[in-house]
Ligand binder design. Sequence first.
Ligand code: FAD
Length: 322
Amino acid sequence: MSEKIVVIGETKDGSLRNVSYEAIAAAKKVDAEAELVGVICGSGELEELGKEMIYYGADRVVTISHDSLTAYTSEGFGQAVLAVIHEESPKSIVMGHTSIGKDLTPKIASKLETGLISDAVDIEVEGDKIQFVRPIYSGKAFEKKIITDGITFFTIRPNNIPALNRDEARSGEITPKNLDITDIRTVIKDVVRKASEGVDLSEANVIVAGGRGVKSEDGFKPLYELAEVLGGAVGASRGACDAEYCDYSLQIGQTGKVVTPDLYIAVGISGAIQHLAGMSNSKVIVAINKDPEANIFNVADYGIVGDLFEVIPLLIEEVKKL
Ligand code: FAD
């Protein structure tokens, strides 16, 4: 019988997050022969989500639907996922390195008394040797880690390991698991959300990020316009958030979100090390800054020395012509 890898799916607004599909691809890298078992926790009907995991490469999926899993709590999701893990006895477990992944996986690892490699951006396999590549020192270096004992439990950074192609011809069993979820001490009474439109920052392929150089909340408007024509999201430096030009939910960096889009446009951002920690692994970095000495140019693939209020409207005009 082939060995199993459990892939913990994560949902947002009724759909699976992209990183769940990337986690399936990561599991395949670890062992292309293993049976990939997806796990989805939530409430209501979860079968359609199960099918999506299968289309993206899972062999079968276990769904756990329960009223107390409507919103994420580590106690509820922890119990549900652990029940599946105990039943499946996988050799490996993988989840996205998201806010929920960062909270849930260490708790599960401690219950299983096993280690955890977090935030892998790549997996290198040579024969039996599996190396997990992860950034250290705020992204200034990478380390390669191997697991020598116990379960191979790891999380992957979103947007680094491409998902496999969606294939609707794939089929697999979707098993609803009934579980009595008890002892939840956290009660989510209400989820109050900031209305955010457009693309999710942590999964965006294109990010237009503004810094203190943007100078005001109004100054961000052209950045939103550029992000829209590029099909991307708007992010910010802490400088811009501290100055109240935008909400802290947009902050990128050491104490904000870590992003790896295909294209990162840093606008009026100086490039402090704490900001670079959150974006320096972006595939292509474009910096727009009026100071030619700004540190951001040291990590940029393309640099525009100029006034952002002149450059951004020109860029919008050009992109619209494409
Ligand atoms: P500034 O450094 O003030 O840079 C503004 C830039 O805009 C300048 O380079 C200037 O030349 C340029 N500019 C001005 N006007 C224009 C114009 N008209 N056109 C073009 N360019 C223009 N920072 C983060 O971003 N994320 C974090 O997560 C984070 N975490 C931190 C954690 C700790 C513990 C600490 C101590 C700091 C942290 N910081 C973080 C803050 C960080 O050190 C910097 O202070 C911050 O990143 C600076 O933001 P900024 O680049 O927008 O502002």
